[in-house]
Design a protein around this ligand. Structure first.
Ligand SMILES: Nc1ncnc2c1ncn2[C@@H]1O[C@H](COP(=O)(O)OP(=O)(O)OP(=O)(O)O)[C@@H](O)[C@H]1O
Ligand SMILES: [Mg+2]
Length: 246
């Protein structure tokens, strides 16, 4: 029963987000054009401010809609829909890490296995053969969500993220450890629920949908893998993805 309601909910979300897409892209197209004209056309101070705000909020809304579309698409997928190829954890992590770092100000510095950009230091300890069969786009997206959270819910001046791979019998795992806000024990189970976000006073952030972790969980289910977390308030977090080794 709950599954049926869930399914209907996902369909409605998918429909709404698709309906929003076209009008939003028209609004954003015009606001882009107005932003470009701002320096040449005479505009009142209020007009300029209004255009800037419409542009900023329009782009944020488009980002939220695109994320919702991405999420609902994966929610509707079944294991038979994914195309698996041999993937190497190290390559996957490095690509996902570089993509997340694009949103951090500064220049990327690469020191061996360590990537530094602005306040973020990412250490990747994953040499060796850690491979599995998976859908490249989905697996990279899952790793990206976890790295993004490790940086986002982190109020430390130096945001340190350690990513390491391990092999246990027939499984490979990758863990993402951060020195961020941590998660209270009573919230650990809830963070994998759709739209659940811990209040901003605790984590310093409430942007987004609260869909990143349910998305990661679904991607792991599609792969026959799992996601787990060890965390506590003020002690940072370790999120681990476990998959069958190939
Ligand atoms: N590494 C982390 N450290 C501390 N809190 C975390 C961490 N990862 C997730 N959380 C908490 O779990 C909540 C759910 O995470 P999730 O990724 O699903 O959503 P989000 O990041 O808030 O939004 P979205 O991923 O949709 O942009 C977050 O809002 C945050 O409160
Ligand atoms: Mg997230």
């Amino acid at each position: 029963m709950t599954e049926k309601i869930d399914e209907a909910g996902t369909k409605i979300l998918s429909l709404i987000s698709h309906k929003f897409r076209t009008p939003l892209s028209i609004i954003n197209g015009y606001s882009d054009a107005l932003m470009n004209q701002k320096s040449t056309e005479k505009m009142s101070a209020f007009g300029e401010k209004a255009v800037e705000e419409i542009h900023k909020q329009g782009n944020h809304l488009a980002y939220l809609v695109e994320r919702l579309i991405k999420f609902t698409k994966v929610e509707e997928m079944e294991t038979k829909d994914i195309v698996k190829t041999p993937l190497h954890l190290r390559a996957l992590i490095t690509a996902a890490a570089l993509e997340i770092l694009e949103n951090v100000e500064g220049e990327v510095e690469k020191r061996g296995d360590v990537l530094v950009k602005g306040p973020v230091t990412l250490e990747i300890s994953c040499s060796g053969d850690f491979s599995f069969m998976g859908d490249e786009n989905l697996a990279a997206a899952a790793v990206g969500e976890l790295i993004s959270n490790a940086v986002k819910f982190n109020l430390s001046a130096n945001k340190n993220v350690n990513i390491y791979c391990q092999r246990h019998n027939n499984n490979v795992s990758l863990s993402i450890k951060d020195n961020g806000a941590g998660i209270r024990p009573n919230e650990i189970n809830k963070i994998f629920d759709k739209f659940y976000q811990i209040d901003e006073y605790f984590t310093g952030q409430i942007e987004g949908w609260g869909l990143g972790l349910p998305f990661v969980k679904k991607i792991m289910e599609l792969h026959g893998g799992m996601v787990s977390v060890v965390s506590d308030k003020g002690l940072g977090s370790v999120f681990t993805l476990t998959l069958a080794a190939s």
